[in-house]
Design a protein around this ligand. Structure first.
Ligand SMILES: [Zn+2]
Ligand SMILES: [Zn+2]
Length: 674
């Protein structure tokens, strides 16, 4: 995006107010609200304390301004944005109707942006919504979608990915490249979060400091983000929690949060309206007709939106390869109950995802029912439980818990141990218990271990290792191939079809999936009568323009991985990764020597080596030393430029090691003048 484009935008970003309206008060309210949306997609100011025609009036006013004025205003505005955005503050107040009004700032956006000024060249369709992907397409992980209309930008989700150890040694986390967002920082009105899973909120601490925009999400998502940010005391983020059917206005966008069922509480789909039309983003979801806590996917609302006319659907694709419908969480609860009854004399362990609040609730209820005390292993498990308990998403009796050091005072039949490590993570309690390295709990053949989870693709091998080790100890093991002890949080084919059926979108982009998932999801949509030309498979970095008449890719923006390791965050170049890989696989050799001004060796060379993985490392090092001396002496014109000498040593020694060992250790050479 550039200055020209900004000038071209005839779109006003009028609302200096941000509204959240809860429509859930009564049925009438919902009905009237929906009609209102259909007729005037921009005016979601139902009853939130603003004049009804506020948005419209401001728009008209702006249209009347003359172009010169606006150009001047724009110059000023750019400065204003920069200086004022740091003063951004949010006042949240509740009114009598249980609606929340959020006033983001007192920025005068009308003045700040060159509203109504039409440029000569129109490089992009300014009636179109631009959808950009910084992650989460062509991959499962680090979801981040950027929506842009006119001068307004909003961000949907801000996730991270855990790297496969083999690909990226020493890297803890992968987060999206946000170059584009930093360049357009002043136009970003806010970030909206679908739910609190790592692949949707994990990158926030590494991004929000640079962007300084308010974040909207469910109570649980917000609490989990807050938790995360505790480790980054310098970052001050503005977090606002919203309820299902709340509407938030951010610039020209109004975002309605729609309740969906998923493997974490507080999950939302979003109906996003801008002047280009209505877009529905499913977020991660499943359709469960018997969910826990009556936490249904709000199909009624989906149906209403479908009636209204959906210009664009972006839907998750994770389980598009699975036929039929996903298992209900209640069914899992029933299986677990049966297992607790069957193994009433055994010590029971359950490995599950820390974030699966529903599953934890089921387990705690069962512990209560069967008179077992509960202990958690794994820091993330304790963190999430505490967070969810505090905000009332998880309900339990505190007496239920015992400290892990006390487990040996209880009989097997009195214990439930809930643990992380369902993915075979090497440092997790369960993996260490299975290999006998966990001091506090020793497993034996009276232990029943339930994997209430399924391996994330890529983790199968580690999980199988753990299961094999547990069998060797003589434990009873139950995993999802043996019983319904786990339900996926992602919609299967029939559930995806229902959403397509209800929404009947004009355009469709499959997201939250690898390319093959996206492709299959496209085929599914076509089988339901959607048109090939209206479906686009977005890839990371793509800028897609979509409006009522069509959808096309128009550009790309910088995108990719930014890496986080124990030391910091940022552009850990591929060089760093290559080095780490080389070090871990082939080892290192350091050469130290000194030379005089005429290029004769005065001491050394000494070679220090680590990890060359060679039986005769001593002999090899001796040979290597001689090889260096020979190489230097072989050069009749004695080289005296140390940089060149160092390079020569590095290159020739690397080749020497390769000839001898078929490995290429990292070679560092230090040459001193003496
Ligand atoms: Zn999720
Ligand atoms: Zn996800």
């Amino acid at each position: 995006m550039n200055e020209n484009l900004q000038k071209e935008q005839a779109i006003s970003s009028t609302s200096s107010q941000t509204l959240i309206v809860n429509q859930q008060q009564n049925g009438n309210n919902i009905a009237s609200a929906s009609t209102n949306v259909a007729q005037k997609p921009r005016m979601h100011s139902y009853n939130a304390g603003l004049p009804k025609n506020f948005v419209k009036q401001t728009l008209n006013k702006n249209a009347q301004k003359n172009a010169t004025e606006q150009k001047n205003a724009q110059k000023k505005s750019n400065q204003n944005v920069a200086s004022k955005s740091s003063n951004l503050k949010i006042n949240t107040q509740k009114n009598t109707q249980n609606s929340v009004i959020v006033d983001v700032n007192n920025r005068n956006l009308n003045q700040m942006i060159g509203i109504g000024a039409k440029g000569k060249k129109q490089r992009q369709n300014n009636k179109a919504l631009r959808v950009m992907f910084l992650g989460g397409v062509g991959e499962i992980g680090k979801n981040m979608m950027v929506l842009e209309y006119g001068n307004d930008i909003i961000i949907v989700d801000c996730g991270a990915t855990f790297p496969y150890a083999e690909d990226m040694p020493g890297i803890d986390l992968v987060v999206p490249d946000i170059t584009y967002l930093i360049q357009n920082k002043n136009r970003i009105r806010g970030m909206v979060i679908t739910h609190g899973h790592e692949d949707h909120i994990g990158a926030i601490p590494y991004v929000i400091g640079d962007l300084n925009v308010p974040i909207y999400g469910s109570k649980l998502a917000v609490a989990l983000i807050q938790n995360k940010l505790k480790e980054f005391p310098k970052i001050k983020a503005k977090l606002v929690s919203v309820k299902p059917r709340d509407i938030v206005k951010l610039g020209v966008f109004s975002i309605e949060f729609i309740n969906v069922c998923h493997s974490i509480a507080g999950s939302f789909a979003m109906a996003i309206t801008c002047p280009a039309g209505l877009m529905v983003h499913t977020g991660d979801f499943k359709i469960d007709y018997t969910p826990l806590n009556n936490n249904y996917t709000d199909l009624t609302r989906f149906a209403e939106l479908g009636k209204q006319g959906v210009m664009l659907l972006t839907s998750e694709s994770t389980n598009v390869e699975r036929e039929g419908n996903s298992i209900s969480e209640k069914a899992v609860g029933k299986t677990l109950d049966d297992l607790f009854a069957k193994y009433k004399d055994n010590r029971i362990f359950v490995a599950t995802f820390a974030s699966n609040v529903y599953r934890l609730q089921e387990l705690l209820d069962l512990a209560e029912k069967y008179g077992r005390k509960v202990t958690f292993t794994g820091r993330s498990m304790v963190n999430v439980t505490e967070t969810a308990y505090k905000i009332g998403e998880l309900k339990f009796n505190r007496n239920l818990f015992i400290d892990i050091d006390k487990v040996n005072y209880y009989k097997d039949s009195e214990l439930l141990i809930v643990t992380t490590g369902s993915q075979g993570e090497p440092m997790s309690a369960l993996t260490r218990m299975a290999s006998g390295e966990f001091q506090k709990i020793k497993l034996d053949n009276n232990d029943c271990i339930i994997f209430s989870s399924s391996p994330i693709p890529g983790n199968e091998k580690s999980v199988n290792n753990v299961i094999n080790n547990l069998y060797k100890i003589g434990c009873t093991i139950i995993y999802d191939q043996l019983a319904e002890v786990h339900a996926s949080g992602h919609a299967y084919r029939e559930e995806l079809k229902l959403i397509h059926y209800l929404l009947k979108p004009k355009h469709f982009m499959p997201v939250h999936g690898e390319y093959r998932h996206q492709k299959l999801h496209k085929d599914l949509a076509i089988s339901m009568g959607e048109e090939d030309r209206n479906i686009l498979l977005p890839q990371i970095g793509d800028v897609i323009e979509v409006h009522s008449k069509g959808i096309k890719k128009v550009a790309t923006i910088p995108s990719g991985n930014r890496l986080v390791d124990g030391l910091g965050y940022g552009e850990l170049e591929s060089v760093v990764l290559r080095d780490r890989k080389q070090l871990s696989e082939d080892g290192i050799a350091v050469v130290i020597m000194s030379m005089n001004k005429t290029g004769e060796i005065t001491s050394g060379p000494e070679i220090i080596s680590r990890g060359l993985v060679y039986d005769g490392e001593d002999t090899l090092v001796k040979e290597a030393k001689q090889f260096i001396i020979d190489t230097i002496n072989a050069n009749p014109e004695r080289q005296t430029d140390y940089a060149i000498i160092k390079n020569d040593i590095r290159r020739s020694l690397s080749n020497f090691f390769f000839r001898k060992t078929k490995r290429r250790p990292m070679v560092l050479a230090f040459v001193f003048e003496n």
